[in-house]
Design a protein around this ligand. Structure first.
Ligand code: ADP
Length: 460
């Protein structure tokens, strides 16, 4: 069963329970109120009759004409359904009100006994044909004789009123339920419409493999709105990751195709009858391209490892790494001078092998793009709670339009120069990957013709 119908059903069931409960409560309260009204009426009548008759000086023989004349007028128009009756100890009718006509009030022995025992009592008595009357009895002393005064009211109008009320309640409960179910189903449908939209979009993406589809939710920013926008953001993210993966594979294939073409060409040459000098030249070219391919594949593996997020975090002494790197790069003959600038003893939590690789990539670039007459300076210093690792060179610099892209994979500002000097275009992408893995950041400042400064900031 769909959420829509489940919610509507639960909502209607709970509402039905509440309505039935309040209906029953209303019914009970109304019945008790009407019954109390009747009892109050009976008590008032009884008291009036006692008040009228008790002070009477009635002659020895009972003169009921006198009693009658003193009793409150009682007819069906003035007090509908109200009856008065007097009976003696023998149970004989002494007097009754006109409203009773030919009938008499039904006899109830326990009431009669209670009345003659001197107690006033009220009870509901059946009067045949499903009719019921409420009777109040009280002893009435007339001279030496004790009579029983019965004042009664028919309950048929209460029964009729209660029946009417029950039907009206039932009808209003059913109407309220029907309205609630219809409006509930409508509201739930409207509330869940973004969810259906998300499902449709997800199905569309699944069937067409088109990550360009979006839910495009424009409603209020409630929980469901948040779900829809989060879904869109997720697809956006996947789309971008997918696109960059596609470009990356294309770029990597393109990068590898270059050396492969050179190798294939030289192999074809070697199969022919060529001079020893050409043969040596071809073998040298094949070897060089092989090295390039190995470097590209190595860099791709490092990048994949960095992207996988796996790393061994330990305290790493950055000063040791800087000193080792200066020694390594300084040993390469024919390049610019590699020297140490400001150097502080700083320790960060990280992966020593990757941090060494990060620094080597930055220094290799600096050496690659700086003439032999220039200098590369490595510095390590503290800035608040950050360790700053700086590689500054006096090389060719980077033009402003290239700066935002140099950390992208296979991006080269100067393609020919990068390739010629053995660059793969992956060095800075690896640097950025390692820095992000360590929760730090990397910034670059450069001026064409004057040099560049790369600064890596890591949490101490
Ligand atoms: P590559 O292997 O080509 O050096 P990188 O990702 O390391 O690739 O660098 C990307 C591009 O950034 C390089 O091609 C180069 O144009 C530029 N670059 C990086 N470092 C420097 C630097 N120190 N001086 C000048 N240009 C640089």
């Amino acid at each position: 069963m769909s959420i829509r119908w489940r919610l509507t059903l639960w909502f209607s069931l709970i509402l039905c329970g509440i309505l039935v409960l309040s209906g029953v409560l209303l019914h009970v309260l109304l019945r008790s109120y009407l019954n109390n009204q009747v009892d109050n009426n009976l008590k008032v009548y009884s008291a009036r009759i006692h008040g009228t008759l008790d002070p009477l000086e009635i002659p020895d023989t009972l003169d009921f004409e006198v009693i009658h004349s003193r009793l409150p007028p009682l007819n069906e128009f003035a007090s509908p359904g109200t009856y008065i009756q007097l009976i003696d100890r023998g149970g004989n009718l002494v007097w009754k009100s006109d409203s009773l006509g030919e009938q008499e009030l039904p006899v109830n022995l326990s009431l009669v006994e209670a009345g003659f025992a001197g107690r006033a009592a009220i009870e509901t008595v059946s009067a045949g044909d499903q009719a019921r009357v409420r009777i109040m009895v009280s002893p009435l002393r007339v001279n030496e004789q004790v009579l029983l005064l019965e004042v009664a009211q028919s309950l048929s109008h209460i029964a009729a009123a209660m029946e009417q009320a029950s039907w009206a309640l039932l009808a209003s409960i059913l109407l309220a339920l029907a309205l609630a179910a219809v409006s509930g189903a409508f509201i739930v449908r409207k509330t869940l419409s973004p969810v259906r939209q998300i499902t449709r979009t997800a199905r569309g993406i699944e069937s067409s493999s088109d990550l360009g589809r979006r839910v495009g939710y424009t409603g209020p920013a409630d929980e469901i709105g948040e779900l829809a926008t989060t879904f869109d953001r997720l697809i956006e993210h996947l789309d971008r990751a997918f696109q960059s993966q596609k470009y990356f594979v294309a770029d990597a294939s393109h990068e590898l195709r270059g050396p492969l073409t050179v190798i294939r060409g030289n192999l074809d040459l070697l199969k022919r009858n060529i001079s020893q000098a050409d043969r040596r030249e071809s073998l040298r070219a094949i070897e060089q391209e092989m090295h390039r391919m190995v470097k590209i594949v190595d860099d791709l593996l490092v990048l994949a490892e960095v992207d996988s997020g796996k790393s061994d975090m330990h305290p790493v002494n950055l000063m040791d790494i800087v000193e080792q790197e200066v020694k390594r790069a300084g040993a390469v003959a024919g390049g610019p001078q590699v020297r140490v600038g400001r150097l502080e003893d700083l320790v960060v939590s990280g992966d020593a092998h990757k941090l060494r690789q990060l620094l080597a990539n930055l220094v290799d670039n600096a050496v690659r793009y700086t003439p032999a007459s220039g200098a590369v300076t490595l510095s390590l210093y503290r800035e608040k709670d950050l360790a700053c690792l700086e590689v500054a060179d006096t090389g060719i610099g980077i033009a402003a339009e290239h700066l935002p892209h140099i950390f992208e994979r296979f991006y080269r500002a100067d393609k020919a120069r990068s390739r010629a000097s053995g660059g793969t275009g992956l060095g800075l992408a690896i640097v950025r990957g390692i820095v992000l893995q360590h929760g730090g950041n990397v910034a670059v400042a450069s001026e064409p013709g004057r040099g560049s400064t790369f600064t890596v900031r890591l949490k101490l």
